[in-house]
Write a protein that binds this ligand. Sequence first.
Ligand code: DAH
Length: 353
Amino acid sequence: MLEKLEQIKKTALTALTGIEGEEALNKWKTTHLGRSSAIMDAFKSMGSISKEDRGIMGRTANQVKLALQAALDEKKDALHQAAIQHALQEEKIDVTLPGYAIPRGRLHPATQTLREIYRVFADMGFQIYRSREVETDEYNFQLLNFPPHHPAREMQDSFYVASDADRGDNPILMRTHTSPGQIHAMRELTAEAPDNPPPVRIILPGMCYRYEQVSTRYESQFTQVEGLAVGKDITFSDLKGTLSDFARRMFGQDVASRFRASHFPFTEPSAEMDIECFLCGGAGCQVCKHSGWLEILGCGMVHPNVLSNGGYDPERYTGFAFGMGPERITMLRHHIEDIRYFWANDMRFLEQF
Ligand code: DAH
């Protein structure tokens, strides 16, 4: 019997040495330590052993069982360690290899300018007001003091959305400028407080569309940023102060600006603002066409008709408005000579910003 136990132990341990995987190990456990294993059979047969021998047999069988159990645990541990070593070998990272260059996205140059404009006006207390891109003739022109057939309309050839004869002289079109947002914004505020509407201080950014012959200078789609301030006692000095401050914050503290008289139907008086050429410092260069000045926006005091179309009593309220083109400003800043680059999606162009 003692020999038999020794044999059981030997067989089991020999079988264990060849095992390399978890599955095989579980099988080994069933075969050599399970309910119908040889060692368990040995325990079961203890009853038929003489009393004198039972003690030593029992102890030996126990030792064999414990030895097998210990060998199993050891093997388990060894397999686990081997698996870790294997993984460490296999998944080793060579930190000396050069990395892959991940192409980084960036903001479109016109968006970068747009965001700078937002930042400057936000600092001055202006809020952003978003207005629709599809408009009616009424909002795009009539309420802004362009009567039907007014010659100023010809500067803004339109894309009409639907040729609906029923709409008469109020067809639907893609907005040609952001100015109609002025009326929407004012009407929204006066709808709530018709007798005492609150002051307005907003910028209105967005896409505009014109039926243009596309060239180096004109695109049929472009961005504008409109501005509107309405309140009591707003004067032309406020306009000049705000816009020259904008120019300094945007282009540099030393940049001079000047205002030239101009004409827009929705402002009276109207002006255009130039800034000192930031490329040549005013000495004259190709970009400023040797004038030393760059035109960057149109502006003026809101026309009384426009104020009352927005619901603001022109006897009690005044305001100023302005409009600028971020693409144009971007072109001046970066010396870009063709506006068509903005929509060409050419990586060689976009990657430069
Ligand atoms: N709407 C004008 C345009 O598209 C730009 C403009 C000029 C807007 C003067 C204004 C302004 O608000 O006061 O050409």
